[in-house]
Design a protein around this ligand. Structure first.
Ligand SMILES: [Cu+2]
Length: 417
C-alpha cells in the first residue's frame, strides 16, 4: 500500500514531468526537425509529381502548391496528435497501476506489457514495410529506356531482395527476442560477455554478401562505361551553368569543334573555338533529341560550379565538373512514343535534370529529352540553328581585325564572311 505522502510525491513528479516535456529543448528540437522533414518530403514529392507530368497533369500549379502546404500542416498535426495520444495513454496506465497498488491488488506487469508492445511493433512495422513496398513500390521509375539500364535494374532488384531478407530476419529476431526473453521473476538472465563463434558468424556472412554485391556492382559499372561502341557515336555536348543546360550538336560533318573557356563571351556562351573548322557548322538545340538504338556520347562540361547530368529513365548520371570534361555513352532503346504507351500516359516526357544542389535556381536546370526514330531525328536536326549566328560572326570579325591590327599577325579566323 502506498501512503498519502507517496501519492502526493508522485503527483508532484508528474506535474513536473509534464512541465519539463513542454519546456524541454529536446521536444522543441524534435518538433522543428519533424516540421523541416515534413516540408522537405512534401516539396520533393511535389517536384517529382510536377516533373513526371503525370499526377498533376492538367492541374494548375497554384493548386499543387496549396495542396503541398496543407499537406505539411496535416502531417505535423497528425504527428503531434499521435504523440499526445500516446502520452495520455501512458498517464492513464500509470494512474490505473497506482489505483491497483492502492487497492492492494497485483500491479501491472510492465515487463510483459513492454514485451507485448515489442511484438505489436514488429507486426505493425512489418505490415508497414509490406504496404510501403506494394503501394509505393509501384511509384518507382518505369522500365529502363536504355540498354545498360537493364543491368542497373537487375542489380537494384538483387540488392533489394537481399536486404529485404536480412531486414525481415533481423527485425523478427530483435523484437521476437525482446518479447520472448522479457524480464521474469521465474528465470535468471544468462550473462554472455563474449562468444567468438557468434562474432565470426555475424562478421563473415555479411562480409561475403557485401563482397558479392560490390564485385557485381564493379563489373556492371565497368560494362556500362564500356558498353557503347566507339565508332558511330553521336557526340552531343551538354554544358551546365547556373542555371541552365546548353546543348551542342555536330553539323553535317558529324564532328564537334574544340571549346576553350577563355573564348566565352555573351554571344559565344560555350566558348567555341571557331578557328577549328569543325566548329563552323555546330548546331544549338533546346531539346535533347536522340535517335533510338543509336550509340550516344554525351560530352559533359560545367562552366561555374559542379552540376550533374541526371536522366533517371535512362539510369544515367554523371557529374559535370568545371575544368574536367567527362562523358557518358549509352544507347536509348525506347522512343518517347513507346514510353508513353508503356506508362499509359500520353503526356510523358523523358527529362534531363541537374542532380547537384548547385544554387538558388537549381530546380530550373531541367530539359526535355525526346527519343525518336532515325527519320524523325534527321528531320529535326535539319531544322536546328547553327551556333555561329550573324551577330557572333560580326563580333568575331571585329575581334580578329583588332588583333590583326595590333599584332600584325595573319591570325585570321576561319570564317567565310
Ligand atoms: Cu546544376
Amino acid at each position: 500500500m502506498l501512503n498519502l505522502h507517496q501519492i502526493k510525491e508522485y503527483q508532484t513528479n508528474n506535474k513536473m514531468g509534464f512541465k519539463k516535456l513542454i519546456t524541454s529543448k529536446k521536444t522543441l528540437l524534435l518538433f522543428t526537425a519533424s516540421l523541416l522533414l515534413g516540408t522537405h518530403q512534401l516539396m520533393a514529392q511535389s517536384t517529382a509529381a510536377v516533373a513526371q507530368g503525370t499526377t498533376t497533369a492538367g492541374a494548375p500549379d497554384s493548386m499543387a502548391t496549396s495542396g503541398m502546404w496543407t499537406g505539411v500542416f496535416y502531417y505535423v498535426l497528425i504527428f503531434l496528435t499521435a504523440c499526445l495520444c500516446i502520452a495520455i495513454l501512458g498517464k492513464i496506465l500509470k494512474v490505473y497501476d497506482l489505483t491497483l497498488k492502492m487497492q492492494g491488488k497485483k500491479p501491472i506487469n510492465w515487463n510483459s506489457f513492454m514485451g507485448i508492445i515489442c511484438l505489436v511493433f514488429l507486426i505493425v512495422g512489418l505490415y508497414g514495410a509490406y504496404w510501403s513496398i506494394t503501394v509505393q513500390g509501384s511509384m518507382t521509375l518505369p522500365k529502363s529506356a536504355s540498354a545498360h539500364g537493364v543491368d542497373i535494374d537487375n542489380m537494384f532488384t538483387l540488392t533489394t531482395i537481399l536486404t529485404l531478407i536480412v531486414f525481415v530476419i533481423t527485425q523478427a529476431l530483435l523484437f521476437g527476442f525482446a518479447f520472448y526473453y522479457r524480464s521474469s521473476e521465474k528465470r535468471k538472465a544468462y550473462f554472455l560477455p563474449h562468444n567468438n563463434t557468434i562474432e565470426k558468424i555475424w562478421t563473415i556472412i555479411p562480409a561475403i554478401v557485401l563482397t558479392i554485391l560490390v564485385v557485381f556492382g564493379f563489373f556492371t559499372w565497368q560494362s556500362v562505361e564500356n558498353s557503347a561502341e566507339v565508332k558511330g557515336d553521336l557526340n552531343i555536348d551538354v554544358t551546365g551553368h547556373q542555371f541552365a543546360w546548353e546543348l551542342r550538336y555536330p553539323g553535317p560533318d558529324g564532328k564537334l569543334g574544340n571549346v576553350n573557356y577563355t573564348l566565352t563571351t555573351g554571344l559565344n556562351k560555350l566558348g567555341i573555338d571557331f578557328k577549328d573548322p569543325r566548329s563552323l557548322d555546330d548546331l544549338q538545340a533546346d531539346t535533347l533529341v536522340l535517335p533510338v538504338n543509336k550509340s550516344i556520347r554525351l560530352n559533359i562540361h560545367a562552366q561555374d560550379v559542379i552540376h550533374s547530368v541526371y536522366m533517371p529513365h535512362f539510369r544515367l548520371q554523371q557529374n559535370a565538373v568545371p575544368g574536367l570534361p567527362t562523358f557518358f555513352k549509352f544507347i536509348p532503346t525506347l522512343t518517347t512514343a513507346q514510353m508513353r504507351a508503356e506508362t499509359d500516359n500520353p503526356k510523358f516526357e523523358y527529362l534531363l535534370y541537374c542532380n547537384k544542389i548547385c544554387g538558388g535556381i537549381h530546380y530550373n536546370m531541367q530539359k526535355v529529352v525526346r527519343v525518336v526514330s532515325e527519320a524523325e531525328y534527321q528531320d529535326w536536326i535539319a531544322k536546328q540553328k547553327p551556333y555561329l549566328t550573324d551577330p557572333l560572326k560580326q563580333e568575331l570579325k571585329a575581334a580578329s581585325t583588332k588583333s590583326n591590327s595590333s599584332q600584325l599577325s595573319s591570325n585570321k579566323l576561319a570564317l567565310n564572311n
